[in-house]
Design a binder for this molecule. Structure first.
Ligand code: ATP
Length: 394
């Protein structure tokens, strides 16, 4: 068990700056998720920790030890990749034992570690000695997945989810200080991904070890992380708990990246009229609640970006009583019924935006109607503060 520290870490590939001055303290036993769009540098950051990339500048520490010059095999970490990379000709047991055999553990120790890991993962009966059990479990899994007719294909004795678990098992037997996961769920279908996500969370609690997990999927980050580090273009944007990131994004990038459907953004201008504050979006305006006026005084007369999440735009009929509701005229462009809610794609002037409204809402394509913005929950970003970085929230 160990903490991990990135101390002003840089990684350049020629002219490409993959990781820019990354400083990040990951606590012992934490489930830290590094999230960001493709190419933001998250895999490189993980590989620097694993020792698979040499860092250009800065320090990487595991516990109290600077590991910049420590060989990957001596860093006491285990990595699980997107492709499980299991050896198709080997049994589950041998796949899990393989890394240990290479590292010249004695047979009794290998046996103990594999058995313990298999038990932790609930796959102890999938070892090669118990063919009937393999058969039963694969069939059960295949049934759940609707792939029973693929069972005769070789060498796939196991479902994708089980294969992923074996890959995790192979990491567990090494009893590492830190687990590194690089998009381990990408190859699974949506349902299995949800299930495996929950299993990984449970596994983290059971093992009480530091997990560092890389993904581009903000839902994975939100559901599993104790803290999330959001990256963009090689730079750390914000590090905090999922709820704080969601409620208080530090800048426009984080606001747009965390949450699905994403936060709506409108170019607007803040102005005062008869002691009241408004944001003018061109084709409509919203009034800022009086208790927020002082907070936004610095941007009066300035171009800003107004942000509001889809769940804070309501059908007025079903809006919770007591919210500060600002009416906005809209034309309905698309409706998507999700069962428990409806996504409305709405248009006002040149603005297009999404609302998540009550499922009892009855509106149709092309209809002109009204929604309300919940002015208890909105964000204002100032694009003028820092031209290099995404606009910060005020
Ligand atoms: P993805 O989700 O697509 O894997 P990522 O966020 O993990 O993306 P990285 O793989 O860390 O991103 O890449 C960060 C940047 O560094 C990218 O611009 C990438 O093209 C570049 N890069 C990564 N590895 C190398 C390399 N070996 N040589 C040159 N450039 C590289």
């Amino acid at each position: 068990m160990a903490s991990v520290t990135y101390d002003h870490v840089w990684k350049r590939f020629g002219d490409v700056v993959a990781v820019q001055d990354l400083t990040l303290a990951i606590e012992d036993k934490e489930f830290l998720v590094l999230v960001g769009p493709s190419g933001c540098g998250k895999t490189t950051a993980l590989r620097c920790l694993a020792g698979l990339e040499e860092i250009t500048d800065g320090k990487v520490m595991i516990g109290d030890q600077v590991v910049n010059d420590v060989a990957p095999k001596d860093r006491d970490i285990a990595m699980v990749f997107q492709s499980y990379a299991l050896y198709p000709h080997m049994s589950v047991y041998d796949n899990m034992a393989f890394g240990l055999k290479l590292r010249k553990f004695d047979k009794a120790d290998i046996d103990r570690r594999v058995k313990e890991a298999a038990k932790t993962l609930g796959i102890e009966k999938l070892r090669k000695f118990d063919k009937a059990d393999i058969d039963r479990r694969v069939k059960e899994a295949a049934k759940t997945l609707g792939i029973e007719n693929l069972l005769k294909r070789k060498p796939k004795e196991l479902s994708g989810g089980q294969r992923q678990r074996v890959a995790v098992g192979r990491a567990i037997v090494r009893e590492p200080k830190v687990f590194l996961f690089d998009e381990p769920l990408s190859n699974l279908d949506a349902k299995l991904r949800v299930q495996t996500r929950a299993e990984l969370s449970k596994l983290h609690k059971r093992l009480e070890t530091t997990f560092i997990y890389v993904t581009h999927d903000q839902t994975e980050a939100m559901t599993m992380a104790s803290r999330i580090a959001v990256m963009n273009k090689g730079k750390l944007q914000q590090l905090d708990t999922p709820q704080v990131l969601y409620d208080h994004p530090a800048n426009l990038f984080v606001a747009g990246f965390i949450g699905s459907p994403a936060m709506n953004f409108f170019n607007g201008k803040v102005y005062m009229e008869e002691g009241k504050m408004f944001v003018d979006m061109g084709s409509f305006r919203v009034r800022i609640p009086d208790h927020d006026i002082a907070r936004y005084e610095s941007v009066i007369g300035k171009d800003i970006i107004f942000g509001i999440r889809p769940e804070d735009i309501h059908n007025p009929e079903y809006a919770a009583p007591g919210i500060i509701a600002e009416p906005v005229d809209v034309t309905v462009d698309v409706t998507e019924l999700m069962g428990n809610e409806i996504f409305l794609y709405l248009v006002n002037g040149t603005h297009s935006f999404i609302a998540r409204v009550d499922p009892r809402t009855q509106v149709h394509y092309g209809e002109k109607t009204q929604v309300v913005f919940n002015m208890d929950n909105f964000h204002i970003f100032d694009p003028s503060l820092d031209a290099e970085n995404p606009p910060v929230v005020l």
